[in-house]
Design a protein around this ligand. Sequence first.
Ligand code: C2O
Ligand code: CU
Ligand code: CU
Length: 456
Amino acid sequence: MNFTRRQILAGLAGVSVLGLGAGGARYWLGRPGEAKTHDYELIAAPLDVELVPGHRTSVWAYGGQAPGLELRARQGDWLRVRFVNRLPEPSTIHWHGIRLPLEMDGVPYVSQLPVLPGEYFDYRFRVPDAGSFWYHPHTASGEQLGRGLVGPLIVEEREPTGFRHERTLTVKSWHVDAQGAFSAFSVPREAARGGTPGRLATVNGEALPTLELPAGQIVRLRILNLDNTLTYRLGLPDAEARIYALDGHPVAPRPLGEEYWLGPGMRLELGLRVPAAGAELSLRNGPLRLATLKSVTSGEVPGGWPAALPANSLAEPDLAQAETLRFNVEWAGALSESVAQGGAFKFWQINGQAWDIGDRSCAERPIATLQQGRSYLFELRNVSQYQHPIHLHGMAFKVLDSNRRTIVPYFTDTYLLGRNETARVALVADNPGVWMFHCHVVDHMETGLMAAIKVA
Ligand code: C2O
Ligand code: CU
Ligand code: CU
């Protein structure tokens, strides 16, 4: 693929006025007057924040915050984002879960050239699906996502839904020590297991926050796991909560139940009936509290349960005609020669092949080539003792069944494949391109668990 020349920031009129002010400043220029476009100038830059009380952490922020500024667009409209790189290293933005043209997918050397410090890149695409999505770099992911380059992208439905209130909750556990200093984003011994965990759990960038919600109302909670490593076992004890969407796509509303396992990259949308004023609910990760949801007096009449969200228009795979492809997720564990030569560790592989993040030519050797327009059934088999949130770029897929749990079939872009689980998913290969197919435990993806799937 030939890439258009990158844009160099120097000499670009207008950008200098934005400057890099103190923390919390908003750098983007929204243009709400233009109903059909959503323009953002999104600057990635270092920023000092206080994650640990009394201590400073130098994070990398999008739009002056980490996690990054919440971007919003309306289903079917164009989203236009000028990404300005003020980081000390090259970066890109990938739009997780958005079905878009390959040139906008943010994968270095596949979609575009990395955006160098001082340069900008204009992302411009239509957002076909309503739901909760997110954005992050696809370069030096362990460090860049680890330092805070992760942000929500909310695509609103075209017509109003039954929800009058909503909140976005991003969860991320930071790799910082008790003084707020960054610790290693990746430790080989952990990368070979479940991935390197951060120790400071936060919701919207804050440890144990209290979030106020209007009493008696049904609030749409968009919970996004923007963490490098951790699967959160989300629970809301004693709450009346229903699942409305998974990973961006609506489902028939059903009770949340005791726990929902939300792997890295995954999103959960709930309807929550906020209890009487003064009551508190606790959002938990297993037994641990992540945030307090506090009910405050509301003048509104109590709301009823909204109907299901309107389905996105996704092609239904033709299972009778679908070709089956098998993908085995394996632990490789071999200390490859590339490590001795200064290359990356390879602990993980798909069908015997480990991706080498240092080798730009990997994408030229797709693990599968799909015929555009045809249906495929993927059998995902995890033969390892760790779970892997398996993510595909460019297309949504439908989860059909699993040998380990009961599945109500649903569309997603990321499936949490449990230890020793085999799941079957299907899709229509309707988006031409070379699409990354990888585990979203960043440590796993950077030590081999990635492949390219070509649609032509
Ligand atoms: Cu969030 Cu390659 O993806
Ligand atoms: Cu993605
Ligand atoms: Cu994994």
